[in-house]
Design a protein around this ligand. Structure first.
Ligand SMILES: Cc1cc2nc3c(=O)[nH]c(=O)nc-3n(C[C@H](O)[C@H](O)[C@H](O)COP(=O)(O)OP(=O)(O)OC[C@H]3O[C@@H](n4cnc5c(N)ncnc54)[C@H](O)[C@@H]3O)c2cc1C
Length: 405
């Protein structure tokens, strides 16, 4: 859908729901331009209608959000930042981050699927792909096919330069052998960005990046991993056995794989930070709604200072994470992305913990949303790069800025 059409549909939404929007607007408008605000409002309304009512059921059943992703595809969001020539909306990263935040507020799993498809797959093909690659690996992926990013391996997660999947040149082909792990959406997806090494001795300088369709001979997808949170999203192993990949599917130059992976992770961390902010916002909404209704010691929970303190902490943590996330989306660099992910992941975990506490015993019940927010929040400190490494990255670039490495 073109941006003008998006704007038209959001204007219609705005007219229908001005009262709701006034109540729901939050304090970041001044940093979003008109188009970004309209995207936020239209996605927010979409979420309240199509995601929020189904999130708990999808989570309990561990069922991929096919219908929701189909609707988002129809709205153009599976190619949010992609060139319109290939069916995309050509939005900026901040608009995509705002959409991911809102989607994750309604259903963390749907937000994660859309975030990874865009920030780690579609944006990479859009920005780095050749015209032939875009024809094969982008056009259909803005129209319903889901794309993945396979970097992690059973023996190498944070330690990217140590990946063991091999790429051996054979004329016009490369032969891939190895095993990838935790590939989000690979169960349902159609292709993946895959990283391998052509010479393990070279460590990060030996990495290469390919686009690999899942229907090639020798590509095997494992079973869906049973996970604690974002349970409607899927992740599985990807085994590559003598997979013959045409040289034309190589992204960038031989030896450039590490640089491509790191660059893409800078983007992905904006997406995961936005996803964490959305989960945290939902936890705060859940807590406030509950606290207003629940009576203890003759008054509503909101009249208890300790509960108000918790709600204030939650608000402060969310707003600060949101600011860092939006800043990272407008000025993309490793330090900004790492800082945003570090703060947003930790804050979402702490906010969801407060939410469980405010709901008391019901905070632990699967009949209420608090425990789902708690489980969903925790993963945001792991996938896309663990919190501990984000802190190290901030330290590295801080010292570099001060010529102190
Ligand atoms: C739900 C889910 C979805 C995922 N999706 C994808 C995907 O689509 N594509 C993909 O490629 N991967 C994906 N991953 C993998 C994810 O990115 C890795 O799990 C993550 O990068 C951490 O790697 P690891 O699990 O091997 O942990 P390790 O690297 O073994 O780290 C374990 C712990 O050791 C410590 N540690 C390790 N190294 C350092 C360091 N240098 N400095 C400080 N502390 C350190 C930290 O405390 C860390 O938490 C996904 C994972 C999950 C759970």
């Amino acid at each position: 859908m073109a941006v003008s059409a998006l704007r038209k549909s959001s204007t219609e939404y705005l007219q229908k729901c001005s009262k709701y929007l006034f109540a729901a607007s939050r304090s970041f408008n001044s940093h979003l331009n008109n188009e970004q605000q309209e995207i936020r409002e239209s996605v927010r309304l979409f979420v309240d209608e199509h995601l929020k009512p189904n999130a708990s059921k999808l989570d309990l059943q561990g069922r991929f959000p096919f219908d929701q992703i189909k609707k988002l595809t129809d709205l153009g969001y599976m190619g949010a930042c992609v060139d319109p020539e290939y069916g995309g909306l050509d939005l900026d990263y901040l608009s995509l981050a705002v959409a991911v935040e809102e989607l994750s507020r309604g259903c963390a799993s749907t937000g994660m699927v859309l975030s990874i498809h865009n920030f780690l797959y579609a944006n990479l093909v859009n920005e780095r792909g050749t015209p032939e690659q875009k024809e094969l690996f982008l056009r259909d992926f803005t129209k319903g096919h889901v794309g993945c990013f396979a970097l992690s391996e059973p023996e190498a997660g944070s330690d990217v330069a140590n990946i063991k999947t091999t790429a051996t040149r054979d004329g016009d082909y490369w032969i891939l052998n190895g095993k990838k792990s935790w590939v989000t959406s690979a169960v349902e997806g159609s292709a993946s960005v895959v990283f391998a090494t052509f010479d393990p001795q070279l460590k990060h300088k030996g990495l290469v990046c390919f686009l690999v369709p899942f229907d090639l001979d020798g590509v095997f997808r494992g079973k869906k991993e049973p996970i604690m949170g974002v349970r409607a999203a899927t992740a599985c192993d990807l085994t590559l056995q003598e997979v013959r990949v045409p040289h034309g599917y190589l992204v960038g130059d031989v030896g450039e794989g590490f640089k491509i992976a790191m660059h893409q992770l800078d983007q992905a961390r904006i997406g995961i930070a936005a996803h964490a902010v959305g989960i945290a916002q939902s936890a705060l909404d859940t807590a406030i709604n509950y606290a207003k209704e629940r009576v203890a010691f003759g008054k509503s929970l909101t009249r208890l200072p300790s509960v108000t303190d918790r709600l204030s902490d939650m608000c402060i943590m969310i707003e600060s994470a949101r600011l860092l996330t939006y800043r990272a989306a407008t000025h993309v660099c490793t330090k900004n992305s790492a800082m945003a992910k570090y703060v947003a992941g930790r804050n979402a975990t702490a906010v969801a913990d407060h939410c469980v506490q405010i709901l008391g015993g019901r905070g632990l019940s699967t009949d209420y949303d608090a425990e789902r927010h708690f489980r969903d929040a925790r993963g945001t400190q792991i996938y896309g790069g663990v919190t501990d490494v984000q802190k190290r990255l901030v330290g590295h670039f801080l010292l570099k800025e001060h010529d102190a490495l």
